[in-house]
Each structure stands twice: as C-alpha cells, then as structure tokens.
Design a protein around this ligand. Structure first.
Ligand code: ADP
Ligand code: ZN
Length: 439
C-alpha cells in the first residue's frame, strides 16, 4: 500500500535529525520566552537559570514547570510573547476543570496548528477527494477551527457543521456523502446510535474514517464506534495551551499517537516529584512548544497521564508515540482509598455489551464514600422483571469489583435517560468536591 503523509520530510525524519532540530529550536524558544514573557523570566530568575544554560535537550530539566494555575494567574495577557498587533486569533480551553485559559495565535501559529491537523487527516486516509464533516464545536473551543483548518490544507471538501443538531448532521452526512467524521468520541457514539434508530445500517453511509479526540476514550469505545459507523476510528490529542487538536495523532497502526516532534518536545514526569522518567514509564505528560510565537509554553504540565514509546511504526513515521491518555490526573477519583479512573468503568461496561451511556455518582455520607454507577439498560432489557434486572446489576457489580477492587452500587436505568453528549461528555458527579472534602 502506498504511504501517504502530509509533510513527509518532517514526519519521516531520522530520529537523530529530529533531536538535532528540537535542540536548535529549543535553544531559540527559551531565549525568545526569556526575552518576551516576564512571568516566565521571573520563574527562571527565581531558579537561577539563564537562557545560556540551555545548550542541549537534556538541559530542559533545568527549566521550571508551568501549570494551569500559572496560566490562570497570568490571564489574560501575562503569557503573551509578542505584540497584540501580531496576533490574529484567540481560542480558549473548555474550562473542564475550572476557569478558562485563553491562548493567542499569530498567523504562523495558526498555520503550524492547521498543518498538524492536516497531518492527522492524511494519516486517517484523507485527501482532496474526501468530504470531511467537522462536528466538533466551533468558536472558542479549538476542536472545530483546528480540524476545519487542517481539512482546508489537505484540500478536502469541508462541512463546518459544529456540534449539535444531530438530525441535521445525519442529513448532511448522507446527502453530501461525508467520508471522514471529526468529533468527540462520545458524540460519535451518539451519532452511531441515532443512525441506527433511523433505520440506517453501518454500510449505508460513505464514511471510511473518524478522527476523534478532546476527551479520554477506551479501546472498547473505539470498537463500538467502528462497528456502529462502519469506519476506522483514529485518535487525536491536543490542548488549547499548546495550540489545539493535532499535537499528536494516530496512524493506521492504531497503537498510540505520533507527537509532532518538530513543533513540540514531550517529557513524562512523576507527577508527585517532578522527576523526568525514562521512556516507557507511565506519568504526567509535559510539553514544550518549539516554535510558537504568540503563546509559547515551556515545560507545561498537561496533567494527562500516559506513556511515551519510540518503537518503529509500520506507517513509516518516526515521531515518538504517546499511548491513549487514561485520563487526567484530576479525573482520578479516590474512593474509599482506592484510585478509580472513569475509563476503567467504561471498559467494563462496554465489555459487558452495554452502550457508553453511564454516569458515576460519588458522595460522602456518614464519613463513608458512596459510589454509584448508573448504566442505561439495553432497550431489549426494558421489559425485564425486577428480579432479572437485579441479577444483571449484580453481574456488572462483580465485574467492577474485579477491575477496581471496590464494590460500586449499580443502577440500571431506563434507555435514553442519561443525557447524550455533543461535545465533551460529563461522566462524573462527585458531590464530595461541592462540600469541600479534600480528596
Ligand atoms: P480543557 O482542559 O478545559 O478540557 P481543552 O479543550 O483544551 O481544555 O482540552 C484539552 C484536554 O482534553 C487535554 O489536556 C486532555 O485532558 C483532553 N484530551 C484531548 N484529546 C484527548 C484524547 N485524544 N484522549 C484523551 N484526552 C484528550
Ligand atoms: Zn505510525
């Protein structure tokens, strides 16, 4: 099979050349940030580090980290590295974990970001013969504008749908023969469910691939979506702080996402000590932008937990890969002293044949954590007797106990009773946070 890349000279570069390029760019970017961003200059001065101290890639460990709190403190202009008159756009985080962060872009920053998204589209088999339906939200959220720009660069016919209005999504998908679908995985699952309800079979649409990201999703969810839409589903990762989606993207091997290393330098650290961990270790992902102009970030702690590996990939790309993030460090719940990730719960439910419609409710009553998982029953189970339902709940409970080590209460609820997501799904309601319990 002929291999396709959007920018082959970068995507298939020899590893030594990538490292050399990263080193040259890092030295420049550090000096640029030091000279132009007072907030970060102060952090470096506090540590006694000067730009001249950074002469090779491993010197990066001398630099201070940046956190989301830093960006919130510096809001709105404190991280800006160039004159506002050189900026052409702002975007903003979704505010999933608190106050939104705004990021600024020059035209070069936008071009770099869109090229990263174009690489992702081509890796998913996209070309100027494709019709790309973008149903990530447009506006401040980076999902819509990023994939829209990438699709233009590839020369695909772009359907700028934005999220929501699922009937219209389906009408356009069918009438205009969309071949690549871009949205959050939870919305893709919902579109699949809606197509089925309307009587369409997976082979009735012209879709061949989907590019899904912006939230954690499991391999089980991937299989579910692939089946319901009749496509190959590719993961894409990114965050507003570093540009948006496209920081990394999956190729046909589907074994992790290649990080666009010519623009971003990635590290894995121990989230508790900040120590840099060797390749292959699980830890918190940290990014340094290498050539951004308006909003460059050095050693930005993403709070996403993953693993980096540089195994030879059959696609021919040489960029390092990150495994599917299992969630953010702040998605992790500590329930009765046990660490629980929503993605573990999703994996159990989908393996048991349930759809990805569930809600996790955590609270504290009489000093004890309560832990309930509401799961939508399958439509065919709706007529079951209470006894049969209880039996099914027990089955889920014991599978959860095996995966998590603790027993949640399981409640099978009526089909369609859990709100569907058109963007990032909300899976957890942790009332302990509301009452200020430190967890
Ligand atoms: P917010 O942090 O407010 O959600 P963004 O909209 O910029 O802001 O989202 C970026 C975050 O979304 C990432 O840090 C990560 O936690 C999550 N994310 C993005 N893509 C993926 C993906 N493919 N898999 C898992 N999580 C993802
Ligand atoms: Zn690959």
């Amino acid at each position: 099979m002929q291999k396709n890349y959007y920018q082959p000279e970068a995507e298939t570069m020899q590893v030594e050349d990538i490292k050399k390029l990263q080193e040259e760019k890092l030295i420049k970017q550090v000096k640029y940030v030091y000279d132009n961003v007072k907030y970060y200059r102060d952090l470096m001065d506090e540590r006694g580090v000067k730009p001249e101290d950074i002469t090779c890639l491993s010197d990066i460990s001398k630099l201070p980290f940046l956190t989301k709190d830093d960006l919130r403190e510096a809001y709105p202009y404190g991280m800006l590295a160039t004159d506002l008159k050189n900026c052409v756009r702002i975007q903003s985080t979704s505010g999933t974990t608190g106050k939104r962060v705004v990021a600024f872009y020059t035209q070069n920053d936008i071009d770099m970001w869109e090229e990263c998204c174009a690489r992702a589209i081509v890796a998913a088999g996209g070309s100027n013969e494709d019709v790309v339906q973008v149903c990530y939200g447009y506006g401040l959220f980076t999902g819509g504008p990023g994939l829209n720009g990438g699709s233009h660069k590839v020369g695909s016919l772009t359907l700028p749908m934005s999220s929501g209005n699922t009937n219209r999504q389906i009408q356009f998908m069918m009438d205009l023969n969309a071949t690549i679908l871009c949205c959050t995985p939870s919305y893709a699952a919902y579109i699949g469910e809606s197509l089925k309800e309307k009587g369409y079979k997976p082979e009735d649409n012209k879709l061949k691939a989907g590019i899904f990201g912006a939230e954690p999703w499991t391999e089980e969810m991937r299989r579910d979506i692939e089946k319901s839409l009749g496509i190959k589903a590719y993961d894409i990762y990114g965050l507003t702080e570093t540009s948006g989606p496209g920081v990394s993207f999956e190729c046909e091997e589907q074994t992790g996402m290649h990080i666009n290393e010519d623009h971003f330098y990635a590290e894995i650290i121990d989230p508790d000590t900040g120590e840099v961990l060797p390749e292959g270790s699980k830890g918190e992902l940290v990014f340094t932008s290498l050539d951004k102009e308006a909003f460059p970030l050095l050693r930005y702690r993403t709070r996403d937990i993953t693993i980096l590996t540089r195994e030879k990939c059959s696609c021919g790309r040489t960029f390092i890969k990150m495994k599917k993030p299992m969630g953010r460090s702040d998605d992790m719940m500590i329930i009765r002293g046990v660490n629980v990730f929503p993605s573990q719960i999703e994996a159990v439910l989908l393996n048991l044949g349930y759809a990805p419609n569930y809600l996790i409710l955590v609270d504290r009553v009489n000093n004890t954590d309560t832990f309930e998982i509401q799961v939508e029953m399958l439509p065919e189970d709706f007529s079951d007797t209470p006894k049969v339902i209880t039996k099914k709940e027990k089955k889920i409970q014991s599978a959860m106990k095996e995966m998590l080590g603790i027993n949640p209460t399981i409640r099978l609820v009526a089909p369609k009773s859990i709100t569907r997501s058109e963007g990032k799904a909300v899976r957890v309601i942790d009332n302990r946070k509301k009452i200020g319990i430190n967890i």
